[in-house]
Design a binder for this molecule. Structure first.
Ligand code: IMP
Length: 444
């Protein structure tokens, strides 16, 4: 398999998610036959603008917007079958064919109807320490998976009321009722009826994804791996416990699709030219005043899945160089440079001051992380020069923007292959001689 895979590419979020992966995946997809997702669920929200039409994808890889591409949802993804079918229907209503091009792993775990309620109870129980989850039932579904009691998509095939699925759901409902201390009880038959009712429509898409990717690779078809969320939301490497419940870093792509590491040819990290996060947890470079408001408004920083306002701050190179290390990022795509067009001055965080120490890596404990004070390098903005919005050639960028990108690359330790200057596919700079030119020609 290894010899036919060098053209594959993985896209990972280098910050706290919402880096603009959707647009970059959309841009790169024409060079690939398959786009595959390996983790997360419909907590993700990828906004893609095509010919001035906006598409918001949650569970289905953004590659679906390209008619010749096969999309794959791996075993590492948790699936709310109702949400998946609604997303399919919505895309098909908009004229995008989905069911003949989407494959879903039989091993993917199912989000059960009461998982959302369990999530709400867990969040309420945390009081002031609430994580600010997306309320999609993601965490409880992964908890069932790791607790070895989860329902997998393939289990839906046998819906007999005395069959294994019914037994599994009955046992799960009992566990759930115990977990919430008998405060409410769920009718397992209703859960069974609802879940098994999705099977007929899902069945044609459910398959052995690992085998499909293996065979496709052998036949010379190339794969784009589409990450969801971001490095700092990774269950192992993120700002634990203020994270999501899956591995958003590169390893999640191997386990979440059943592929070997050599199948992933190169890793492109996506980072905004500034920083955002949704939900609670440390964000050292957060701007709470007018500048933060400005970034939020200029960048349209509201969640694609939940509509929540994103917290905004300066570019944090401590985070991005860390993301480069834990993912083995070869190059960056820097997105939303144009959002900085009106800023007179820009800060880049190069280190943290924490407990009398100078740190160049994120601390392990979230309470320490929350206390970190950023050390900034200040650069002039380009507000008095010319805007970057819609710029498609590097030489057309104002000198200050080029300098900002240079510093951002230097302190993050990774070259930028792509720079995005607007939400349209065409508002993109592909750096000459960069990794990205393997898949897309220079310029846009
Ligand atoms: P969960 O994934 O719903 O359990 O939420 C856990 C944390 O991850 C919360 O802070 C969410 O806001 C965040 N999160 C989950 N998915 C995304 C995403 O796609 N973009 C940004 N943040 C996300």
């Amino acid at each position: 398999m290894a010899e036919s895979v060098s053209g594959n590419l993985a896209i990972v979020g280098a910050q706290w998610g919402d880096e603009g992966k959707g647009k970059i995946v959309d841009l790169l997809t024409p060079a690939f036959s398959i786009v595959a997702r390996s983790q997360g669920g419909h907590n993700a929200g990828h906004t893609v603008l095509v010919n001035k039409r906006e598409f918001i994808l949650h569970l289905i890889p953004s590659g679906i917007l390209h008619p010749d591409v096969t999309c794959v949802i791996g075993n590492g993804v948790v699936i709310d079958p109702g949400a998946l079918l609604t997303e399919i229907d919505e895309l098909e209503r908009q004229g995008i064919s989905v069911r003949d091009r989407l494959l879903v792993s039989e091993k993917a775990h199912v989000i059960l109807p009461y998982h959302r309620e369990l999530e709400r109870l867990a969040e309420d129980g945390r009081g002031a320490q609430r994580i600010g989850t997306t309320s999609r039932g993601i965490g409880p579904s992964y908890e069932d998976k790791v607790g070895r009691r989860g329902v997998r998509l393939g289990d839906l095939a046998d819906a007999a009321v005395d069959g294994p699925l019914a037994e599994l759901i009955r046992a799960n409902v009992n566990t759930r009722d115990r977990l919430i201390g008998g405060r409410a009880s769920t009718d397992w038959r209703a859960v069974h009826g609802e879940i098994s009712g999705f099977w007929e429509r899902l069945k044609p898409m459910v398959t052995d994804v690992s085998k499909h990717l293996h065979q496709a690779s052998k036949a010379g078809r190339t794969i784009l791996f589409e990450g969801a969320q971001g490095t700092m939301l990774d269950i192992d490497h993120g700002t634990y416990p203020y994270v999501t419940s899956s591995n958003a870093t590169i390893g999640g792509m191997c386990t979440g699709l059943g592929i070997g590491p050599q199948v992933i040819g190169a890793v492109l990290g996506i980072a905004k030219a500034y920083t955002t996060r949704v939900g609670a947890g440390p964000l050292p470079t957060e701007l709470v005043g007018a500048k933060g408001e400005h970034l939020r408004a200029a960048g349209g920083e509201y969640g694609a899945s939940t509509g929540r306002a994103r917290r905004c701050g300066w570019f944090d190179a401590v985070v991005v160089q860390y993301a480069a290390r834990v993912n083995g990022i070869n190059a960056l795509a820097v997105t939303k440079l144009d959002v900085l067009d009106d800023m007179d001055e820009l800060n880049i965080c190069t280190a943290y001051r924490c407990g009398g120490e100078r740190l160049t890596d994120p601390p392990v404990r979230h309470d320490q992380f929350a206390e970190c004070v950023p050390e900034y390098e200040t650069l002039p903005g380009w507000s008095r020069s010319k805007p970057t919005a819609g710029v498609r050639r590097e030489e057309d960028l104002p000198a200050e923007a080029r300098r900002y990108l240079e510093r951002l690359e230097a302190v993050s330790g990774v070259p930028a292959a792509i720079v995005s200057t607007g939400s349209d596919r065409a508002d993109t700079i592909v750096r000459d001689g960069s990794l990205a030119t393997r898949w897309i020609g220079s310029g846009s």
